[in-house]
Design a protein around this ligand. Structure first.
Ligand code: RAM
Length: 336
């Protein structure tokens, strides 16, 4: 299993033992005082807050100047005004979780035209909108894994619905596409995806959409919400409804938001990665680009602090690592 929080303990201990003389991570190689701005999908989404915190921690490590700016809703063009301001401020890099694959591209291109490096994380733009995409995990693996998990929870048959984020979210749409691919396999012939609903990564709308799904599909056996906002809202609705214990809730959630629902029997299992590490990795990628250590080409490597050396894959993608499945047996080992 993925043990994200412990991976570099050995290196850290060794560095301490060597009095950090030769272990000054990559900080010494990076330009000092880099101005790096994070633009999350939404400023108040708990997942994005954890990722942004990871980014700010990395920036502190290498002596840069970090900040987080962004909209309060995940609408397609809601990030444009923030990008424009960051261009005016001559930031060295913009690290953005894009709310739409295309809406922000002209503005990010303008930024790159002025020498600002652009890294997407969590939710990508079209490739021409950025130099690098820091992805939490392989998108195909996430999508197929969600179907494998829900199939197990449904006993291999019945109807399920997806409760997604916004209809334009690049990350959720890619995962759903892979879920639909996985569903074509013969072992899922008794499972039917009856509806894809959108809660817009808004807690209240996700809550109401959950209620709507249960009313519209009385035989529903599961809801898969591949969004931390959606899964928490769906679990909250179901935990106090007559569907508790009858309709499974799964998807992607943070252990801290989902713990109560695992303990009270509403949720059996769900998945995620460590968003803090995602932001941390994205900040190091941005700094390596801004310091001229990498240009964004496949095969180039850079030092990502406590995450070690990372290599750029096809189409400028850098992958953090595989997701973890959380359930009652391990959820208390995680605190994010
Ligand atoms: C929500 C956001 C984010 C996604 C997670 C899983 O917080 O939609 O983009 O990666 O869920």
């Amino acid at each position: 299993m993925f043990k994200p929080l412990l991976r570099h303990t050995g290196t850290a201990a060794l560095c301490a033992a060597l009095l950090a003389v030769s272990c000054a991570v990559s900080a010494a190689d990076l330009k000092s005082g880099l101005k790096i701005a994070f633009v999350p999908k939404q400023i108040n989404n708990p997942y994005e807050v954890i990722a942004d915190d990871g980014g700010m921690a990395a920036i502190k490590e290498f002596g840069g100047v970090g900040k987080v700016v962004g909209p309060s809703d995940a609408g397609a063009s809601s990030q444009v005004q923030y990008i424009n301001t960051l261009i005016t401020q001559h930031q060295d890099a913009i690290v953005i979780a894009a709310n739409d694959a295309n809406a922000v591209v002209p503005y990010l291109k303008k930024a790159m035209g002025q020498g600002i490096k652009v890294v997407t994380f969590d939710s990508d733009t079209a490739p021409e909108g950025r130099q690098l995409f820091v992805n939490q995990a392989n998108a195909e693996g996430i999508g197929r894994g969600q179907v494998q998990l829900v199939s197990k929870l449904m006993g291999g048959e019945g109807e399920f619905a997806v409760l997604s984020a916004t209809p334009n979210a690049t990350n959720q749409n890619t995962w759903i596409k892979w879920m639909q691919e996985e569903l074509k396999k013969p072992e899922y012939s008794k499972i039917k995806l009856v509806k894809i609903a959108y809660g817009n990564d808004d807690d209240q709308k996700s809550f109401v959409e959950t209620q709507g799904l249960l009313q519209a599909y009385p035989n529903l056996k599961a809801i898969v919400a591949p969004t931390t906002v959606g899964i928490a809202a769906a679990a909250r609705y179901i935990s106090s409804s007559s569907s508790k214990g009858k309709v499974a809730v799964t998807g992607l959630g943070t252990p801290n938001q989902m713990r109560a629902f695992v303990k009270n029997g509403t949720v059996t299992a769900f998945q995620l990665w460590d968003p803090n590490q995602l932001g941390y990795l994205a900040a190091y990628a941005a700094a390596a680009l801004s310091s001229g250590k990498i240009s964004g080409k496949e095969g180039e490597s850079f030092d990502a602090g406590k995450l070690g050396k990372r290599t750029i894959g096809p189409q400028g993608e850098i992958i953090l690592g595989p997701p973890t499945t959380f359930d009652a047996s391990n959820i208390d080992n995680f605190n994010f």
